[in-house]
Design a protein around this ligand. Structure first.
Ligand code: C2E
Ligand code: MG
Ligand code: MG
Length: 609
């Protein structure tokens, strides 16, 4: 086997230069600097003339030989610490030293121990280049890392800043739009919301109530109890008002004790009246402050879009002027900004507010109109007719407030009061030795829809000790026809208590005689419109006669109301009517006067044969 000598194909210089070029390209292409030191050390160690190469970088993991470590120490001692930019240093023969320098900073050393300086001499500059390339790469990476870190820091700082700015903006926005004390909207936000609400209402054809609510005599409380408790009171008021509005409505505080509430999406002015009453009542509820129950009332004024104005500022002004009217008319009340168009509504709302207060205050009193028994010529009893002893308007007739009470559910409380007064009165007649006089009480249609009426009547009888047979309940036909099934059930229940039932205003409703047959009815009360025309209009007289005979057939009694003349009385007497009631016998009287009247005998000139 012969070995063939490989001919030297390239000059040694070209080989060294070629290797150095490859090394430099390899350094350039290295993905990271972690192997750069060991790679360069190994690669340079293979150069002709080189004994050993060592790269020392900051934190280089490659451990130097003892000789190299000693050389490095010498380099550090003898070469200026100021960067010399990759300048080769001779540390005596056999040693080449290249600092790996970046501007203003030394990154490491490239050390070669050399046995053939001549072989390496032409490439010393190139070796310096390699040190320079390493420096560039290390520095570039270093800057990149620093840059990435700086970017990251910057991004964090920016995110933090943006978040703080956003928080602060929100806080400022909140402060700019809210009342600090109560957290309610302030005037600025109120104006915005009102503007938006007007836009919505216009599109949907709905109403908005702009409600101005001002506390009565709050300044007094504030000076009396101190600002801190005054603040507590305002916060509590804010809480109560907020509870009364729906989503989309706004409660704002626009002055120390002034609030504005926007009620949106309303269908009618009347609907909103109930909600205004609720606000008045909620504010008036006692607030415990410093261990004492504090009561502060308020005055409410309201203007309605679009009836009272189509523009926000105008509506606010008008609501305010309505509120001032409420203040001037004695406070603790509600006023609408009433253009003549809604004067009726305004009065109604005002009366409702007042009625709420008047019922517990005992301003509702029963007057009594006697009934005369035509067979005996004696007063058989009396009907309780409620009146409102209004502090400002005087004695009000039921037509002024019963419909309001029926609409607002106040009728139950009102009815209960009258019932109780009437039962008590009938007991007083008995105690006074006036004999068994019945008392009649009117029931409203709404009362006849609620099962609680049974308990209410039972309770009134029980607490006054009145015999049930002395109580008569008057109901109108219309209140039964609403829900005949339920009404029949309730009437039977009432009947079971032992009270008498009579149909009021009979002839004006639509109940057919056959349905009437199924009701447990004791008495028919012929409406006064027939009585009025009894001696002038033949058909009226015919109806009266028909009713009398119908009642007779079914075993019911008949009473005629609104009897004003002796002729009417004579006609009724002649045709067998049992009782009469009307101005001829007596107007409705206050209880004391009725007592006197019950003692007197009633002359019956019309009964003369
Ligand atoms: P009503 O029950 O039919 O009462 C008769 C009404 O006719 C009373 O009016 C009475 O004052 C009036 N009246 C009596 N005699 C005559 C007369 O000879 N001629 C004329 N033109 N009128 C006469 P008032 O007191 O104004 O009551 C009106 C209505 O209010 C009552 O009609 C009744 O439906 C209702 N009402 C009265 N009190 C109460 C109550 O406590 N509860 C309920 N739910 N309704 C009541
Ligand atoms: Mg009646
Ligand atoms: Mg009547």
């Amino acid at each position: 086997m012969s070995t063939v000598e490989q001919p030297e194909t390239a000059a040694p210089e070209a080989t060294v230069l070629g290797r150095l070029l490859v090394i430099q390209q390899a350094i350039d292409a290295m993905p990271d600097e972690s192997h750069i030191a060991s790679f360069v050390s190994r690669a340079l160690s293979t150069l002709p003339g080189v004994d050993e190469a060592w790269v020392d970088l900051e934190g280089s993991p490659v451990a130097p030989s003892a000789r190299m470590a000693a050389l490095k120490q010498r380099c550090e001692r003898e070469i200026s610490p100021v960067p010399v930019l990759n300048f080769m240093r001779h540390l005596g023969s056999g040693v080449q030293c290249f600092p790996i320098d970046a501007p203003a900073r030394r990154l490491g050393w490239l050390l070669l121990t050399v046995h053939d300086e001549d072989a390496l001499r032409p490439y010393v500059a190139f070796l310096g280049n390699i040190a320079g390339t390493m420096a560039r790469i290390l520095l570039g990476r270093h800057y990149q890392a620093r840059l990435a870190q700086a970017n990251e820091e910057l991004r964090e700082a920016r995110d933090g800043l943006e978040q703080r700015v956003a928080e602060r903006t929100r806080e400022l926005e909140y402060r700019a739009t809210h009342d600090q004390l109560t957290g309610l909207a302030n005037r600025a936000l109120l104006v915005d919301r009102l503007q938006a609400a007007i836009g919505n209402a216009q599109r949907e054809g709905r109403l908005i109530a702009v409600v101005y609510l001002d506390l009565d005599s709050f300044t007094f409380l504030n000076t009396g109890l101190g600002n801190a408790l005054g603040d507590d009171f305002l916060r509590e008021t804010a809480r109560r008002l907020r509870r009364l509005v729906r989503d989309g409505d706004t409660v704002a505080r626009i002055g120390s004790d002034e609030f504005v509430i926007l009620l949106t999406g309303l269908d009618s002015v009347e609907r909103s009246s109930v909600r205004l009453s609720a606000m008045l009542a909620a504010v008036r509820e006692p607030v415990p402050l410093a261990g004492k129950e504090t009561v502060v009332t308020c005055s409410i004024g309201a203007a309605v879009y679009p009836l009272d104005g189509e523009e926000g500022e105008l509506l606010l002004r008008r609501a305010n002027s309505a509120m001032l009217r409420a203040k001037n008319s004695g406070k603790d009340s509600i006023q609408l900004y009433a253009s003549t168009r809604d004067a009726a509504v305004a009065e109604r709302m005002e009366l409702e507010t007042e009625l709420r207060r008047a019922i517990p205050a005992g301003e509702l009193v029963a007057h009594y109109q006697p009934k005369l028994d035509l067979a005996t010529g004696e007063l058989s009893g009396a009907e309780a007719l409620v009146r409102w002893n209004h502090p400002r308007l005087g004695l009000l007739a039921p037509s002024r407030f019963i419909p309001i009470a029926e609409d607002s559910a106040l009728i139950a409380a009102l009815g209960e009061r009258v019932l109780l007064q009437a039962c008590l009165q009938a007991r007083i007649w008995q105690e006074a030795g006036l004999g068994n006089k019945t008392v009649a009480v009117n029931l409203a249609a709404r009362q006849l829809r609620d099962d609680s009426i049974i308990a209410t009547v039972g309770q009134a009888l029980h607490s006054t000790g009145l015999m049930p047979s002395m109580l008569e309940l008057e109901i109108t036909e219309s209140s039964i026809v609403h829900d005949i099934g339920h009404a029949t059930y309730l009437l039977h229940q009432l009947k079971d208590l032992g009270v008498a039932i009579s149909i009021d205003d009979f002839g004006t409703g639509y109940s057919s005689l056959s349905t009437l047959r199924n009701f447990p009815v004791d008495k028919l009360k012929i409406d006064r419109s027939f009585i009025h025309e009894i001696d002038t209009v033949p058909s009226a007289a015919a109806v009266v006669l028909a009713v009398i005979s119908f009642a007779r057939t079914l075993g019911m009694r008949v009473i005629a109301e609104g009897v004003e003349t002796a002729d009417q009385a004579a006609f009724l007497h002649r045709h067998g009517c049992d009782e009469i009631q009307g101005y001829l016998v007596s107007h409705p009287l206050p209880p004391e006067q009725l007592m006197l009247r019950l003692r007197e005998a009633t002359p019956m000139p019309w009964a003369a044969p």
